[in-house]
Design a protein around this ligand. Structure first.
Ligand SMILES: *Cc1c(COP(=O)(O)O)cnc(C)c1O
Length: 382
């Protein structure tokens, strides 16, 4: 099998699994319990928090563990807007965000908050100037994602972060797709809140974190115990947290060893090969300002779903855009926001490389894809 859907999820690294296993077994104590079994769990959680803090270059107490990227995004948006509702209630975000941000923003709008949705250009980019223009005296939060999951486009988050800082407005970025691919030290990427998810970086599903710069006001979204500095109730997912810590440690090492450059090379070959061998193929998203592992295309004249099913029959896993959008026939909200028509937004294919991807796999895709697109087009016109 050739797995090219790392933007949807990644295989759990064996080292991560090994690190987690004891906490599914003998070390099952509740991290809040005072006897030694509980203290073992507490210690494991705090070690993972230190690993996460080292990854982001922040203090351990600035890390909040959550159930994943979606919860982190929700906590950031709802948490800040409700905490600062007296200072105004204006949120600036973009039309290309993950649904976790977009739908949280929609819910806030339904609750009476004001939401500005910035529209990207044809390559999926938002500019700092657009953000600046949308700022009002009531703006309390700006949320712009780092790397787009569907089209790979990177946003100028450093520039937007500096702008927010100058204006005294809080800035959140969803960095779920960039973690492990781009440096994320919060001293270089000025932000107040940042979302990460373990299963996008070779950790387990169902665990993530929210970086919250010290002092940033948040209203907890889950009522209950006083875990996670009273900001996220619920018994800690100790195995998951340990797995996330290990995954971040491994991701940092892989970055040091040049994994992003290796992926960039494979991706370059994949994109150049597809554009050269499939007539009419178009790269969606930005050609250079994009995630190192991310290739996304549009093939006019065919539908995405039969293409995916046929690739699957040949042992190749790809995606038509977002994992949650497959099964639905709805075209990608990201491509629509970028100005593609509904008809144009069908026929999309996303191939995202990962740690186990090889040059031979890329060549195999380049051998399979062109004749497949051709035969699907013939069927469509027959
Ligand atoms: C996957 C993803 C999320 C959601 O993360 P989960 O851990 O699956 O909830 C949020 N944002 C982006 C950009 C993602 O790719």
């Amino acid at each position: 099998m050739i797995y090219l859907d790392h933007a949807a999820s990644t295989p759990c690294a064996p080292e991560v699994l090994d690190a987690m296993l004891p906490y599914f077994g003998a070390s099952f104590g509740n991290a809040s319990s005072l006897y030694s079994l509980g203290r073992q769990s507490r210690k494991a959680v705090e070690v993972a928090r230190e690993l996460a803090a080292a990854f982001l270059g922040c203090r351990p107490q600035e890390i909040l563990f959550t159930s994943g990227g979606s919860e982190s995004d929700n906590l950031a948006l709802r948490g800040v807007l409700w905490a600062l509702r007296d200072r105004g209630g204006h949120l600036i975000t973009t039309a290309v965000e993950h649904h976790a941000v977009l739908h949280a923003a929609r819910a806030l709008a339904n609750q009476g908050f004001e939401v500005s949705l910035l529209q990207p250009d044809r390559l999926g980019r938002i500019t700092a100037a657009q953000v600046e223009e949308a700022i009002t005296p009531r703006t309390t939060l700006i949320s712009v994602m780092h790397g787009n999951n569907e089209v790979g486009t990177l946003q100028p988050v450093e520039e937007i972060g500096r702008l927010a800082q100058e204006r005294g407005i809080l800035f959140h970025t969803d960095a779920v797709q960039t973690a492990g691919h781009l440096p994320l030290a919060v001293r270089d990427l000025p932000c107040d809140l940042l979302s990460l998810s373990a299963h996008k970086l070779y950790g387990p599903q169902g665990i993530g974190l929210l970086y919250r710069r010290g002092g940033v006001p948040l209203v907890s979204q889950i009522a209950g115990g006083d875990q996670e500095f009273n900001l996220r109730a619920g018994t800690e997912n100790v195995p998951g947290i340990v797995g996330l810590g290990k995954a971040l440690e491994l991701a940092f090492a892989a970055m040091q060893q040049g994994e992003p450059e290796r992926l960039r090379g494979l991706r370059h070959r994949l994109i150049a090969g597809v554009l050269a061998s499939v007539p009419g193929a178009e790269l969606t998203g930005h050609p250079t300002l994009r995630l190192p592992n991310h290739a996304s295309f549009r093939f006019p004249g065919i539908e995405g779903e039969p293409l995916l099913l046929n690739l699957d029959m040949r042992g190749i896993c790809g995606s038509s855009g977002a994992a949650c959008a497959t099964g639905e026939i709805e075209p990608s909200h990201v491509l629509l926001a970028m100005g593609y028509t509904r008809a144009e937004a069908h026929g999309a294919l996303r191939l995202t490389l990962g740690r186990h991807s090889t040059a031979a796999e890329v060549e195999r895709v380049l051998a399979v894809l062109p004749p497949l697109v051709k035969s699907l087009r013939n069927l469509a016109t027959a």
